[in-house]
Design a protein around this ligand. Structure first.
Ligand code: RB5
Length: 140
C-alpha cells in the first residue's frame, strides 16, 4: 500500500519514528517537512490531500502539534476524510465506520509509542462498508 506522509516542524521526529518503525513494508511518499524551521501546516496538508485525491497514494498521515489543524485543512479537499486520533480505539473506528483516508496525529499531545500503536491500528483496520458506506457517501 502507498502511504503519503507529511508533517509541520512540530512533527519531524515523530514522522521519522513512524517511517522507521511502523511504515516498514509500505511504499512511502514523504512530502516533508524535514527541517526544524517553521512551516504552515495547511501547506503540508494540501500536499498529502492532493496525493490521496489524485490516487498517488491510498492513505495519508499528517502530523502537527495537535493533529487538529491538519485535519481541518485536509478535510477541505473533496474526497478526503481526515481523522485526528489520540488513542487506538478512535483510530480503529475511523477506519471501520468512517473509512478515514488520512490519519492526523498530534506530536505535542501523544507520545511516540502511542502514535505507533494508533498508526499500526489505523493502517491495518478495514472499512466495514454496508450502512457505513451510505453514511460516508453522504459526507461526500
Ligand atoms: C504550530 O505551532 C501548531 O500550531 C501546529 O503544529 C498545529 O498544532 C496546528 O493545528
Amino acid at each position: 500500500m502507498k502511504v503519503a506522509i507529511g508533517c509541520d516542524h512540530t512533527g519531524v521526529a515523530l514522522k521519522r519514528a513512524l517511517i522507521k518503525r511502523v511504515l516498514v513494508g509500505y511504499t512511502i511518499i514523504d512530502l516533508g517537512t524535514d527541517l526544524p524551521e517553521p512551516v504552515d501546516y495547511p501547506d503540508i496538508a494540501k500536499r498529502v490531500s492532493s496525493a490521496i485525491a489524485a490516487g498517488e497514494a491510498k492513505r495519508g498521515i499528517l502530523i502537527c502539534g495537535t493533529g487538529i489543524g491538519m485535519a481541518m485543512a485536509a478535510g477541505k479537499m473533496a474526497g478526503i476524510r481526515a481523522a485526528t486520533c489520540m488513542e487506538p480505539y478512535s483510530a480503529e473506528m475511523s477506519r471501520r465506520h468512517n473509512d478515514a483516508n488520512i490519519l492526523c496525529l498530534g506530536a505535542r499531545v501523544i507520545g511516540v509509542e502511542m502514535a505507533e500503536k494508533i498508526t499500526e491500528t489505523w493502517l491495518t483496520t478495514p472499512f466495514e462498508g454496508g450502512k457505513h458506506a451510505r453514511r460516508v457517501d453522504k459526507i461526500g
